[in-house]
Design a protein around this ligand. Sequence first.
Ligand code: G16
Length: 542
Amino acid sequence: MDSITVATTPFDDQRPGTAGLRKRVEVFTQPHYLENFVQATFNACFPRNSTLVIGGDGRFFNDRAIQTIIRLGAAHGISRMIIGQHGWLSTPAAANLIARTDADGGLILTASHNPGGPKGDFGIKINVRGGGQASATVAEEIWQHTTNLQSYRKLDGPDLDLEQVGERGFHGMRVQIVEPVDDYCDMIEQLFDFDRLRALITSGFRLRFDAMHAITGPYAKRLLEDTLGAPAGTVLNARPQVDFGGGHPDPNPVDAAALVEFMNGEDAVDFAAASDGDGDRNMILGPGLVVSPGDSLALIAAHATTAPGYRDGLAGVARSMPTARAVDRVADDLGIPCYETPTGWRFFASLLQSERISLCGEESFGTGSSHVREKDGLWAVLFWLNIIAVSGRSVSELVHDHWSRYGRDFFARHDYHVAERERAASLMAALEANLPTLGGQQAGKLTVDRALRFDYNDPVSGEVTTNQGLIIHFTDGARAVYRLSGTGTGGATLRVYLDRHVTDAQDFDRDRHAMLADTAQAAVQLAELERHTGLSQPSAVI
Ligand code: G16
């Protein structure tokens, strides 16, 4: 087989965002597009003789992209590639493999929770040694390489068989095809009390897990059904499909509405959960109850030491800035530090790596810990089951116990899909310019206490990241946060996050949207949202 050098011209839209490069499939499948980005990534961070982990969530183009990456890698002089069988690896499983094999990093082929299929999205996450996502500095270097790449080298010839597990040579590169689930399950089994979990699950406790036709199906079947003894069929939509069954594989009340409806109905089981396209997000439900991501993080923090892997306690915790502040109260109680980071898992990875924190989470249904450098959907599910098994309390009892002790943080996210990016950008610019004048201003029933722009100074690397969202604090303690999504592939999504803490138990079971209505109205008014975006209603309320 020959290696050929292909002349190319740079693409001008390959700047990695919050989690790698995400584009529509039709963009990624243009001639040279994938090759350019992968070669730029190699040039920036994976020199000759690197070892890489490769795998993806099984979405459309996953298989073809892997074959291209293998050919580029062999021509570039990558010494070893560890690839998930069928081309599959969930994001946390890939992060685990990178750490366990001491690889230099990995490429995870996924656009996460974004829809898949020929008309859907494709993406590449770039993870570095230790398993965490590339830093902003590395992302910037990759971007620089994409802007001046003139050629790449690629092997010509037949595809590599991704079905046969085992090690083989491929034109000077060693390729190891690994069973995608084994290592991840070995790691997870060290963290939780599997005997207790098995006892709970075989005692008649009823659960359901919706894999949303995405990558967690095989992992959840192995863990919940094969290992812990849940009845066959506990895992729904378990077979990964290239288009995720036509759905939007995001575990939230809107995109997993069927599961929410089921848990609100008469046949509700004791516990339900769902995960996303690449297996790093989670949603936890009890009968009639969706646990908000901020509460889930706080509750795991409060009960952490009941799980074997966390017996020695937590070094610290972190949440992304827009996430409701429930975990702050637990950290305060435990006397451990609580960090507030920008959105993007890489900021947590830095704190995890330096052992400043052992647990973190974010409003977009991501929770994780020091066990891997990515968020991990199934890990959160097992943590919850472990808490239920040890405490003997139901999901609803646990949540209510928590609120009784710390108060409830109501939270909602209002997403506005704005067709023209400029309109969303102009809203943010105008609001930022107005921040100094907002203090004391009345907006509906609320008064602004203070307003600020969120900039972040990474305490580990010293890296400063500016412009990570705008925050308005109201005098009643509520907060509105404005931020532009970094993971969309068309137009812009303005996210408006609302949170409000209440301590009166009479309010705990009230409707969260009603409890946040005044905050939402004030947020719309202060940002002149309708004038800037032309939208009178959010496109989605999460
Ligand atoms: C990625 C990051 C998350 C982040 C999310 C934000 O998630 O890994 O840390 O919270 O993006 O998305 P947006 O910028 O759209 O608000 P994922 O699951 O898409 O990889």
